[in-house]
Write a protein that binds this ligand. Structure first.
Ligand SMILES: Nc1ncnc2c1ncn2[C@@H]1O[C@H](COP(=O)(O)OP(=O)(O)OP(=O)(O)O)[C@@H](O)[C@H]1O
Length: 542
């Protein structure tokens, strides 16, 4: 994760270089100004001062200009890396989804994928670059002061090391824990918020809104407290660095005043005494960089737990042998002694099951609640791995890429997901080349044509997760898009789960007729009895 977040040297280097130039200009500005003011007090001919006057102007302009370019280039590098990082995370997430993500709460998962991924841009911006720039600026300043007065250089060196160590330790002690916890607390808060908003109707019905709000307030208080501790740590480190900077100036004066004379005059003393003010301003970034590192690392850990390097056991992975295609022509699906186990579980969720689905077959899968019907559906579309033998057209599915299996075997889930958009968009993603006439025809086939026209056509909205449509209509929309996708084998998981019993029979007949009317095979998972004449065979689980 961290490797992905660090921009390439080519992108990263300009920001470091301009940052260093800006820091050196800041130090140079203070040094030249200090020298100029003290030298001017000696009232030399103006000619002696003109080079320093030009220097002050150049350093002042250079500091601002280099800082501006540094911001541009370093942010450009970080932003250019972010899309690659996001795509990298997403690509690693895809093989794990959906069944490898069950243990992560929705709001928290979103935080990991958005805020925690965004946090990674701070690795180059707030960790690596400040460390490199402040180290280089500190070394350069010590060398210059050392050349002018070695004892002063030594004082500056000791003070810089002290500021570095003390600032970093104090910041770590005061805010280290808060920095490590912040990302998790942000995830907790967003998860609590998503839970609360998603369950508003339930909480209202049970009069539990207050308890929900209390849980939110607790998560918010923990997040705010972590934010305050982080600020306290940053403040304490800044105060300490300022204190050491003052001490460094005093120390340099203590060794510098007795050394006056010869080549080391007043203006030179002013220069070495005031340089720490500028260089400590740059070095103050170090404790903050350490804090930023703790936050970046914590966020990287959180992303890594949802996108592990190795896909968890139970989730299918395309191995090198997964290179065959499903044989062309009508597809026969066959299971022999197939079992399955969810990731992390210790027992099988599906006891050995064997059956075949030939072209045009309509197979009903029945079983008590918990017998493993949904588990079987997930095995059929390769969301879950299996034991035993599962072949498509005689080829073991392990030898076919999972995506190719899913182009042949389609799933209408028990709770179909509808996007908060209009009906057209909810259908088009199954086949984006479909015309409006094709969309209307498929809605007619699943018995939704009149309803769609009464709602004003394909632009009618379905609401968040289908809030504006009934359970049965959601199932029909899901079937319509599966028909559009043209899967040769269609698995319907409990399509009547959200429909009242007297409508369930009619819906099942409609769905089976629509799904099977062009030679497609159907695996129907249902509790509801289905008339024998609509089926080819029945399989009982458990
Ligand atoms: N995501 C999951 N992670 C771990 N175990 C799961 C998961 N989903 C289901 N299970 C377990 O697998 C077993 C089979 O569940 P499954 O949902 O397949 O049953 P089902 O026959 O579809 O039940 P129902 O008719 O109530 O929908 C159950 O013991 C269940 O607790």
């Amino acid at each position: 994760m961290l490797r992905l977040a660090q921009p390439s040297l080519r992108r990263f280097l300009p920001g470091v270089l301009f940052g260093l130039l800006s820091a050196l200009c800041a130090v140079g500005l203070l040094a030249t100004a200090a020298w100029l003011i003290t030298r001017a007090a000696e009232m030399p001919p103006i000619l002696y001062l003109s080079a320093a006057m030009v220097g002050v102007r150049a350093f002042a302009l250079g500091r601002a200009a280099f800082r501006y370019v540094e911001r541009l280039t370093s942010h450009d590098a970080a932003f250019a890396t972010l899309p690659e990082l996001r795509v990298g995370v997403y690509e690693r997430l895809v093989p794990v989804a959906p069944d490898g993500l069950g243990g992560t709460r929705r709001g928290d998962l979103l935080t990991r994928l958005v805020s925690d991924v965004d946090e990674q841009q701070n690795l180059p911006l707030r960790v690596v670059q400040p460390l490199v720039v402040s180290a280089a600026a500190a070394v350069a300043s010590v060398v210059v002061v050392w050349v002018l007065l070695p004892a002063a250089g030594l004082v500056l060196l000791v003070a810089l090391v002290a500021a570095f160590v003390l600032g970093t330790v104090v910041n770590a002690v005061v805010s280290g824990r808060a920095e490590r916890e912040s990302a998790g607390l942000r995830g907790d808060y967003q998860a609590a918020l998503a839970d609360h908003l998603g369950a508003l109707d339930l909480l209202t019905a049970y009069g539990a809104l207050g308890a929900g709000r209390e849980a939110l307030a607790r998560a918010d208080a923990a997040l705010t407290s972590a934010g305050l501790r982080r600020s306290a740590g940053a403040g304490a480190a800044a105060a300490l660095v300022t204190l050491v900077s003052g001490a460094a100036t005093l120390g340099i004066l203590l060794v510098g005043v007795p050394a006056l004379g010869g080549g080391f005059d007043g203006p030179a003393l002013a220069l070495v005494a005031l340089v720490p003010m500028a260089v400590f301003e740059v070095v103050a970034m170090v404790p903050l960089a350490a804090g930023a590192w703790r936050q970046v690392a914590a966020s990287a850990d959180r992303i890594a737990t949802v996108v592990p390097d190795e896909v968890p056991a139970g989730i299918p992975v395309d191995g090198p042998e997964a290179a065959e295609a499903v044989p062309a022509g009508p597809v026969r699906l066959a299971l022999k002694g197939v079992t399955a186990r969810w990731p992390g579980a210790t027992v099988d969720a599906l006891s050995p099951v064997s059956f075949e689905v030939g072209p045009g077959d309509r197979v009903l899968v029945r079983g008590d609640s918990g017998a493993g019907k949904t588990t079987l559906a997930h095995v059929l579309v390769r969301f879950l791995d299996h034991g035993g033998e599962y072949t498509l057209g005689g080829v073991p599915v392990e030898r076919i890429p999972a995506d190719a299996v899913r182009r042949v075997v389609g799933l209408c889930e028990q709770r179909p997901y509808l996007f908060d958009d209009d009906i057209r968009q909810n259908l088009l993603f199954a086949r984006d080349t479909a015309t409006d006439a094709e969309l209307e025809a498929v809605l007619d086939r699943v018995g939704l044509g009149d309803w769609m026209r009464a709602r004003g056509g394909l632009t009618a909205r379905v609401g968040d997760r289908g809030a504006l449509v009934s359970g049965g209509q959601a199932q029909r929309i899901a079937l319509a898009r599966a028909l559009l996708a043209g899967f040769p084998v269609l698995v319907l998981d409990e399509p009547t789960a959200n429909v009242d019993p007297d409508r369930a029979d009619a819906l099942l007949r409609d769905l089976l007729a629509a799904a099977g009317d062009d030679g497609r095979s159907v695996v129907l998972i249902s509790h509801t009895p289905v008339p024998d004449e609509l089926l080819t065979r029945t399989v009982r689980l458990g």
